[in-house]
Design a protein around this ligand. Structure first.
Ligand code: PLP
Length: 376
């Protein structure tokens, strides 16, 4: 066989693959069962009516053939209605929505359809660790827009690259910083795109998970946003169906058309029952979303009893600046795993991400051990 193509060689180490392996290795060591607060995998599944819709659709003889490449029109209608009713944004279900097998796929495919080799894709710093994979596959360079801690983690666009920038990725509520979008950020992103010609990709994975009376804020509600960019909407966190692989790219019709073209070649739609159940999730009762948000809010408040200086406005994470001398490795000795901040970009050093997506009793044990580690 010939050597591995450069394309694969360019890929960075996959942060979560490496993290899971490290956590498993430690879990297998002698001692108390390891508490894993590192991974963001929703521990509460979808509401029953959504599971029922999946099962019912899977029992139809018509369920098992190839689905329509571009998804069920009713699913695109359902997400368009969601955007209108909840986020105050009008989108055309035929031309401004691309159905995705989860937004992780969208991260890579957007890089491929937006960047020419050698151009730059700008990521927020800190960023979600899966972002660098897209630029690597596209042969693009990675640049950063720093998130300014003093300004509520607002991007400092004055410090962002301006040469040959193909795309800017942003993510609010932020993983890992757990803040909602700071005032003026989306307007700044539109202005940056207009100045540089970059497309904006806003990652809305935690869009619905906001606390303390805040409302979800879509990038597409910003004037001019649809002319310059798209938003990735994930069903994984809002409805607890991360394993189903369902998400959307919504917004700019040219970008949507490029994604659909790529999908025509590389994928064959999404299993119809998953789409049918996605419609049930989007159009049915939304109590489960409010309950989920309340659960994470309650857990956030509980963690703050142990780590009072940590704040979180949304998402199900906490971004923790580790006190001097405390490292993720030290925490592993106390049998608690966190996501080391180094994997979240240059500004992540010395920080760790804690996940609230674990059962209450696991969180309690984790907190006891964190308290012991802080005392030692
Ligand atoms: C910020 C962010 N974006 C995207 C994703 C990917 O979500 P999915 O592929 O399940 O839609 C995640 C998952 O953890 C995430 O945290």
């Amino acid at each position: 066989m010939r050597p591995t193509p450069h394309l694969l060689e360019r890929l960075p180490q996959q942060y979560f693959t490496a993290l899971l392996a490290e956590v498993s290795r430690h879990a297998a060591l002698d001692g108390e069962p390891l508490v894993d607060l590192g991974r963001g995998n929703p521990e509460v599944g979808p509401p029953q009516h959504v599971i029922d819709a999946l099962a019912e659709a899977a029992n139809l003889p018509s369920a098992h053939g190839y689905p329509p490449f571009r998804g069920l029109p009713a699913l695109r209608e359902a997400i368009a209605t969601r955007y209108a009713d909840v986020y105050g944004v009008e989108v055309d279900p035929d031309t401004e929505i691309s159905i995705m097998p989860g937004t992780k796929t969208a991260i890579c495919e957007l890089a491929l359809v937006l960047a020419e080799r050698g151009q730059t894709i700008v990521l927020p710093d800190p960023y979600y660790p899966d972002y660098p994979s897209g630029p690597a596959l596209a042969g693009a360079a990675t640049g950063y827009v720093p998130l300014d801690r003093e300004a509520g983690w607002a991007p400092d666009f004055s410090a962002a690259p301006r040469d040959d920038v193909a795309a800017l990725f942003l993510n609010f509520p932020s993983n890992p910083c757990a803040v909602c979008v700071p005032e003026g950020t989306f307007a700044g992103a539109v202005a940056y795109a207009q100045e540089t010609g970059a497309a904006v990709v806003h990652d809305f994975a935690y869009g619905d998970i906001v606390f303390d009376g805040r409302s979800p804020q879509s990038f597409l509600a910003e004037p001019g946003a649809k002319e310059v960019g798209v938003e990735m909407f994930s069903m994984s966190k809002t409805y607890g169906i991360a394993g189903w692989r369902l998400g959307f790219v919504v917004g700019n019709a040219e970008i949507v058309a490029r994604l659909d073209l790529l999908a025509d070649h590389a994928r064959v739609g999404i299993f119809t029952p998953v789409q049918v159940a996605g419609i049930a999730a989007l159009t049915g009762p939304q109590d489960s979303v409010a309950e989920r948000v309340e659960t994470y809010r309650r857990r956030r408040d509980r963690v703050r009893e142990v780590l009072p200086h940590i704040t979180a406005e949304g998402s199900f994470y906490l971004w923790w600046e580790l006190p001097d001398g405390l490292t993720p490795e030290r925490l592993l000795e106390h049998r608690v795993a966190v996501a080391p901040g180094e994997g979240f970009g240059p500004r992540g050093a010395g920080w760790a991400r804690l996940s609230l997506a674990v059962p209450d009793e696991v969180l309690e044990t984790g907190l006891e051990r964190l308290a012991m580690a802080l005392d030692s």
